[in-house]
Write a protein that binds this ligand. Structure first.
Ligand code: BTN
Length: 271
């Protein structure tokens, strides 16, 4: 039997239960791949697939997403948006705002966001990744739909990973009930996605920037195969692009990985 009990989840969702159609699986390849297949067969907006175990969990930029059954919450949500795909820039940032609000509503502290899709725990000596968001878009004649995949560590994964990772227990949420957690996230997601659908990321930008860990900090952006681009991070624009003040002026970054840049004597220090 799957770890999520749909009766318990429904009770916690209260009035919002009608907006979501949740299926809880013990195992699948990837909740996002499963939901994508269901979307292609006509699954309605608000369909959610949550799985205890993913055999082929996917991360951003072709990476894999490893999660430990019992120690993580992995799920995907299908949502429809009016208008063209171009209006959906900033959706993964908006989802980050919903995640930060949900975790804080349960009492978590020191939650930060990193462009474009990471939820972090801010520690005295750096940051560690708590959750990742993978947004995949499909458009058809009815408009566009997004499969929003979320992977959240309840406890720190034991395996060594390329970047520091943390669990919710380190954010003050030891032993959080996964039904409370999923219900809080779906509640905040519904609110944020409604705002995003009507007013775009612009309406959520200041909330995102309030959590942005590298706001006004020296960073470097690593794109595919490019040399790192140094600059000072100015936040995100209304479309969700990262604003980077570089030696050549302000640049809009649409994809890449951002990391903090050690400021060395004699290198350009930013605008
Ligand atoms: C990232 O940080 O690279 C994004 C990770 C997203 C992982 C989640 S887990 C649930 C959903 N199913 C997947 O295969 N991926 C997303």
């Amino acid at each position: 039997m799957a770890l999520i009990d749909l009766v318990l989840l429904k009770a916690r969702l209260g009035k919002l239960a009608g907006r979501f159609d949740v299926d809880a699986l013990e195992s699948c390849d990837s909740t996002s791949s499963e939901l994508m297949r269901r979307a292609e067969s006509g699954a309605p907006a608000g369909t959610v697939v949550v799985a205890d175990r993913q055999e082929a969990g996917r991360g951003r930029r072709g990476r894999s997403w490893l999660s430990t059954p019992g120690d993580s919450l992995t799920f995907s949500v299908l949502w429809r948006f009016p208008g063209p795909l171009a209006r959906l820039g900033g959706l993964s940032l908006a989802v980050g705002v919903a995640l930060a609000r949900a975790l804080e509503s349960l009492g978590a502290t020191a939650i930060g966001l990193k462009w474009p899709n990471d939820v972090l725990l801010v520690l005295p000596d750096g940051q560690a990744k708590l959750a990742g968001v993978l947004v995949e878009l499909v458009s058809d004649r009815r408009g566009c739909q997004a499969v929003i995949g979320i992977g959240l560590n309840l406890r720190r994964p034991p395996e060594a990973l390329p970047q520091p990772v943390a669990g919710l227990d380190q954010a003050g949420l030891t032993g959080v009930d996964r039904h409370d957690l999923l219900a809080a996230i779906l509640r905040e997601l519904a609110g944020v996605l409604d705002v995003f659908a009507s007013d775009g990321f612009a309406a959520l930008r200041s909330a995102w920037q309030a959590h942005h860990v590298w706001q006004e900090k020296p960073v470097q952006v690593l794109g595919e195969g490019d040399a790192p681009l140094p600059g000072n991070c100015l936040g995100a624009d209304d479309d969700g692009a990262l604003l980077l003040a570089t030696a050549a002026g302000i640049q809009r970054i649409y994809s890449g990985d951002v990391s903090l840049r050690p400021v060395e004597a004699g290198t350009w220090g930013g605008a």
